[in-house]
Design a protein around this ligand. Structure first.
Ligand code: NAD
Length: 340
């Protein structure tokens, strides 16, 4: 199959590319490298560095040329601005990439007859939900910029399906973890951050009391589902979660055991969350403390029954095994950086 993956130099996109390559698909990879890394493109058995195309998903001419010159069967639109505070502090860019970028992909998929588009969506859109485990339908609409961009993107995907009879699945990922998770960015995901701090024998700072619970999904399990949904027709939104959640403290305990470390974390006030983004605390209207509190203390648990029943999928990697694999990969990277 000929498959286009956008965001292929990122954490999830690169792992997806590797797996689809191993399954003998013909890949077209693009990324604008705003967050992606060349390092992610190098695997033991293949290096995508020379084949990836540096392009923005909003590039109308460039993207159309790719669709015109290749008979693409499936598109995985994994490109996006994922860090919440980045989206919050640069809303125009976030909306442009996460919404207009997808629409550009959808319009070309329509014109050039793509069988199915699979969109990277998020369980962050359940931020105001109070019923758990959360099912795909009937949830309270989100407040923050990032989940709203992904929510709007889903609405446009549905519009293309309803109007033109296209096929799109929006996979609402829970917190994804696995090798290539980005531990070096300004605000790394929690899993990457705690491993990095343990690696350097530093005291990690967790906001709130560490009892907040989130559900996770290991990247290989996510990829199994992303491949399974190629079959579905029409439009749907599918939770991609292990349906098991862990507190920050529980995750830290498991990681500390695996890494044989014994460092007590520090707990910081909720209101200091996102303090690396001073623009959010400046101007006539500042970000509300209640919003920061809600985000840091958010409880998340997504129901995965729909994915299991419709797509005959089952997450296989438990948290200990998954964390072991991420730790191995992240420590290897941090060791290499130390040497350079
Ligand atoms: N990691 C998670 O826990 C998680 C959870 C829910 C949803 N998602 C979504 O999954 C997708 C991938 O997440 P990730 O964790 O791999 O993030 P990532 O930042 O590692 O990867 C995203 C990639 O998209 C690229 N990109 C950004 N804007 C682009 C543009 N305009 N044109 C082309 N490429 C562009 C970046 O350079 C990066 O390589 C994102 O859309 C994110 O919103 C991730």
């Amino acid at each position: 199959m000929k498959i286009l993956i956008t965001g292929a130099a990122g954490f999830i996109g690169s792992q997806l590319a590797h797996r689809l390559w191993k399954e003998n698909n013909d890949l077209i990879l693009i990324d604008n490298f705003s967050y992606g890394k060349v390092d992610n493109l190098k695997f033991e058995d293949v290096d995508f560095e020379n084949s990836i195309i540096k392009m923005d998903i909003r590039d109308k001419e460039g993207i159309e040329k790719i669709f015109k010159e290749n008979k693409i069967d499936y598109v995985y639109n994994i490109a996006g601005i994922a860090p919440l505070p980045d989206c919050q502090s640069n809303p125009c860019e976030a909306i442009d990439v996460n919404v207009n970028g997808l629409v550009n992909i959808l319009e070309n998929s329509r014109k050039y007859g793509v069988k199915k588009v699979i969109q990277a969506s998020t369980n962050a859109m359940y931020e105001n939900e109070t019923k758990f485990p959360t099912v795909e339908s009937n949830f309270e609409l989100p407040t923050l910029i990032y989940p709203n961009t992904k929510y709007c993107a889903e609405r446009f995907a549905e519009s293309f399906c309803d109007t033109y009879g296209m096929n799109v699945t929006c996979l609402r990922f829970a917190n994804v973890y696995g090798p290539h998770i980005d531990c070096l960015r300004k605000q790394p995901p929690f899993v990457a951050y705690m491993i990095r701090e343990l690696f350097y024998d530093r005291t990690p700072i967790f906001h709130s009391d560490g009892n907040q619970r989130r559900d996770y999904i290991y990247v290989d399990d996510l990829i199994d589902l992303a491949i399974a949904v190629q079959k579905g027709e029409g439009f749907d939104c599918v939770n991609c979660s292990s349906m098991v959640n862990y507190s920050v403290n529980e995750m830290y305990q498991i990681a500390s055991e695996i890494m044989h470390k014994d460092i007590k974390p520090e707990y910081a006030n909720d209101s200091h969350y996102w303090e690396k983004y001073p623009s959010l605390f400046e101007g006539e209207y500042k970000i509300k403390e209640s919003i920061l509190k809600n985000e840091i203390n958010k409880y998340s648990l997504c129901d995965n029954t729909y994915a299991k029943e419709k797509y005959v999928w089952e997450p296989k990697i438990d948290i200990r095994e998954g964390l072991k694999r991420v730790i191995e990969n992240e420590c290897e990277l941090l060791e290499r950086l130390k040497d350079n």
